[in-house]
Design a protein around this ligand. Structure first.
Ligand SMILES: CC(C)(COP(=O)(O)OP(=O)(O)OC[C@H]1O[C@@H](n2cnc3c(N)ncnc32)[C@H](O)[C@@H]1OP(=O)(O)O)[C@@H](O)C(=O)NCCC(=O)NCCS
Length: 255
């Protein structure tokens, strides 16, 4: 069998090197956020990059037991007392394009807005207007906008404020704000949610779109492990009874 190729970690009999750095040196001097940045980008973050990535990870860690990923993990933990990993994995499987994973599509949309502004020699605002008009004409939603619980997502202003303070905010933040403004102009006022905010900041930090979803998974695992641990510690097995109304065929007999 041909050896696998990797540029991430080299593990030998007497050392473990992450992107070339000895893990024992990293353990004493790098934060977990530094290590996530190093694993994905191949270099340690600047203080500004560390602060923003750290804030994103804190922001997505948990959103209450009712959030789809947390509720799914709780349900799996309630019926399965044998496998912590299965319960946590169930929560991860609930992350998708609508819940927690809109960041990837949003980064692609921001890139399209920025590219269109350049290609058509128009402002970001006009490019966002045209992008929103196209989406509305075909009935598509703008990823990163709207929230089931918040009319204003309190995490967005924090991230955008930090992005400006740390000198990170660029076309990503501006493009996301332009998309938000364009949707408002078109008659729909929706908040920029955490996925939209983190997408804008990650775009400005130079991450690829896939990381918009992966960063949510990384951060949310912290919350999922706590949700599952509490379910095991405080609740009895099979305690969750989901109310269900049957509205199918009435009782009938086989011919
Ligand atoms: C998150 C989300 C599912 C919440 O939806 P909701 O608050 O339950 O709102 P509804 O699905 O009932 O939609 C209400 C109205 O807003 C519109 N709407 C909601 N989100 C929209 C979006 N992102 N872009 C355009 N229109 C949107 C709907 O089309 C609907 O319009 P209508 O009343 O004219 O039919 C929704 O906003 C969405 O799909 N957002 C995009 C995905 C995303 O960013 N997910 C991450 C969430 S943190």
């Amino acid at each position: 069998m041909e050896p696998w190729r990797t540029a991430i970690v080299e593990a030998t009999e007497d050392s473990i090197r992450v992107r070339g750095y000895d893990v024992t040196a990293l353990m004493g001097r790098a934060t977990f956020t530094d290590t996530i940045f190093l694993l994905h980008r191949g270099q340690l973050p600047s203080p500004h990059e560390r602060a923003l990535l750290d804030a994103i990870l804190v922001g997505v860690a948990d959103h209450g037991s009712g959030a789809p990923s947390c509720a799914t993990a709780r349900l799996a933990a309630s019926g399965n007392r044998q496998s912590l990993s299965a319960a946590v994995a169930a929560g991860i499987l609930a992350i998708g394009d609508e819940h927690g994973g809109a960041g990837s599509a949003c980064m692609e949309m921001i890139a399209a807005v920025v590219d269109r502004a350049k290609a058509e020699s128009i402002s970001l605002a006009e490019s966002a207007r045209r992008t929103v008009a196209d989406a509305r004409a075909t009935g598509r939603r703008i990823p990163g906008l709207g929230h089931r619980k918040h009319s204003v997502d309190p995490r967005t202003a924090v991230l955008f404020g930090m992005a400006r303070t740390h000198g990170v905010a660029g076309n990503g933040v501006a493009g996301m704000e332009a998309l938000d403004a364009a949707l408002r102009e078109s008659g729909k006022a929706l908040p920029i949610n955490i996925d939209g905010a983190l997408a804008a900041v990650l775009f400005d930090l130079g991450f690829p779109p896939a990381f918009g979803k992966l960063v949510f998974i990384i951060g949310r695992v912290a919350g999922l492990t706590a949700e599952v641990a509490e379910e095991y510690a405080r609740e009895k097995p099979m305690r969750i009874k989901v109310p269900v109304t049957y509205d199918g065929e009435p009782a009938r007999e086989l011919d």
